[in-house]
Design a protein around this ligand. Sequence first.
Ligand code: ATP
Length: 231
Amino acid sequence: MAKSTPSRRRITVLGANDSVVVIGLGRFGQSLALELTQAGVEVLGIDTDEDIVQDLNGRLTRVVRADATKEEVLRQLGVPDFSHAVVAIGSHIEASILSSSWLLRFEVPHIWAKAITAPHGQILTQLGVPHVVYPEADMGKRVAHLLRGTIADYQDIGGGFAMVTANAPQSMVGRPLDKVGFRKKYNLNVVAVRQPDGSWDHATGETILAADDTVIVLGPAAVAEHFIDMA
Ligand code: ATP
């Protein structure tokens, strides 16, 4: 369970010697831990709930019933030597904050934590957790866009940016994208266009879109999610 050298790249790729500790094995933590295990990653799961631990026994590399807010417990389990850690505790906010603070103290190189509310996420960010995710809020937003039916896909990519897949609005059709000026006006970039055969191609300033073309647009989330209304 060697600690990998912290990378300067912001995207962290799991290497062959990397291992992940997942703290909290509720629906989110379990799904994450099982997916990683199936991908061949070494995973230690920790939860206080005996039934959950029994149920996952043999399905993760190791699963332990323990209180992850206790420094000694985490040390005994070798958590300071892990390269990656995910705190997947939501409603027990105090436990989420405490276990995250131990991971930060241990200087685990890659720490991710789930937040269930904005204040929860704000506390984790202020603590110094580098990756705070909001799976419920993100999924709710995404489904709302899908339900409206105007957007084929909506993906919050963090840092205030989102990627939207949708039919091109009328105002974008029939002129080169340079002339349409979406980037200048809204700070939105059309990055790809779907071809009639279903494959994707890069969009450039010279690309001329046809009615019903599907495009991928990247830009500030607040603008990108209203992209379709800019017709
Ligand atoms: P879900 O992912 O199911 O939506 P949730 O967001 O409601 O979960 P919680 O129920 O607060 O999150 O926590 C997820 C899991 O974390 C639970 O299985 C719980 O037993 C476990 N847990 C809570 N406190 C601790 C702790 N101190 N140490 C280890 N595990 C804990």
